[in-house]
Design a protein around this ligand. Sequence first.
Ligand code: NZQ
Ligand code: MN
Length: 384
Amino acid sequence: MDSFDIFNPVNIRFGRGVIGEAGKIARRYSNSALIVTGKTSMRKTGVLDNLIGILKSAGVDVTVYDGITPNPTTAEIDEAAGIAKQKGVGLIIGLGGGSPLDSAKAVAVAAKGDMPVWNYLKTPATEALPVITIVSTSGTGSEVNRYSVMTNPETGEKPGFGYACMYPKEAIIDPEITASMPPQVTAATGFDVFVHILEAFTGKIRNAFSSAYCMQAFYLLRDNLVRAYEEPANIEARGNMALASALAGLAIDISGVGIMHALEHPVSGNYPEVAHGAGLAALAVPSMKYNLEACKMDFMLIAHHFGIKRAGKSDDEYAYALIEKTEDIIRTLSLNARLKDLGVEKDRLPKIAKEAFSTMGFAIQNNARAAGEAEVLKILEESY
Ligand code: NZQ
Ligand code: MN
C-alpha cells in the first residue's frame, strides 16, 4: 500500500450570488487589491464592474489589470506583477477562466519576489500574496488548485508549476457568472473536466481521495455537460458543471494529469489561438487507444457508469466502448477538429513531442502506460 499526503487549504464558497460576499472576504486579507482578468468577457457581461462596486463598498481599493489572453504569457504576468508592486497591493483577485486564475497565482508569486516569473520554474517560490479566485468557466479546476500554466512567448514552451504558497486562500464559485459562456467555450472547458477525470482516475499516483473526487465529478459531468452546452441559461446544469470542475480540479491537485495534457500544452503553447479543451479533444481518442490496455479495468468501470450495456462484449470491447462514447461526446459538442484543422503545422509535430517531455515530463511519468518520444510522436500523427 502506497503512502501519501493530502493537503488542500482552499476555502470554497459555492452558490448563486456568492460573488456578493467578495468584499467582506477580500477585507480579511487587505484593503488594496489587484484584479487580474481577461480582455473582454468579464467587462462585457458586467461582472467586472459589479465586482469593483462590491469591493469598493467594502472599503477595498481596486486596481484592474485586464491584459490576460487565453493561454497567458509570461510577459503579461510580469507586467501585472509590476503593477501590483508599484501599487503595493496586498491581495490578488483572479477573475475569469483558467487563464486569468492561473495568471493571478503567478502574479502573486512574482509580485512578492524580484525575478521574472519564468525563473520560478527552477527556483521554488516559498511565499506569495494572498489570492482569491472568482471563476467564470467550468473547466480547468484552477479555482481550487495550486497550479499555474504559462507560455514563454519566445519559445512556445508552456509548462505548469505549483507550489504550496500558490493555493488560493478563497475560491468564489458563483454559477451565474458561468452562464454567459458561449456554447464553444462551454464545450471546450467541459471537455477539459472530462479529461481531468480520466487522467486523475487512471494516473499512476492516484489514490482513494482523488478517485472519490473523480467519481462525483464524473456523475455531475455525465448528466450536465451536454445540457449546459445545449441550454446555456440552465442554471442547474451550470451549477453542476461548476461543481464538476472544482471536484476534478481537486483530483488533479492530488494526482496530476497524463499524456493528453502532456501533449496538449505544447500544442496550445506553440499555437496560442487553440483553446486548451479543443486541443485535448483532438488528442483524446488516439491517446485513449494508446492507453487502452493499461487502463482496461478503469475504462470498463467508466463505461458502466455511463450506462453502456455490457451485453456480450469481451473486456476489450467493453473498455473500447468508452472510447466510442468519447468520440460521441466530441461530436455532440462540435469538438471534432483534428490538429490540422486547429492550425497546427505538420513539421512542428517533432518540436511538440520534445516539449511534451521537457515541459510536462511529470504528466508523462504519471500516465498509466509508459511512453517515449517515438510513441508520443505517433499519437500526434494519429491526431493530425
Ligand atoms: O479572455 P476573456 O475576454 O476573459 O474571454 C474568455 C476567453 O476568450 C472567455 N470566457 C471566459 N469566461 C467566460 C467567457 N466568455 C463569456 N462568458 C464567460 N463566463 O473564454 C475564453 C477562454 O478563457 P480561458 O480562461 O482561456 O479558458 P479556460 O478556463 O479553459 O483556461 C485555459 C487555461 O488554463 C490552463 C490551460 O492550459 C490554459 O492556459 N489550465 C490550467 C490548469 C490548472 N490551473 O490546473 C489545468 C488545465 O489542465 C489547464 O492546463
Ligand atoms: Mn486541462
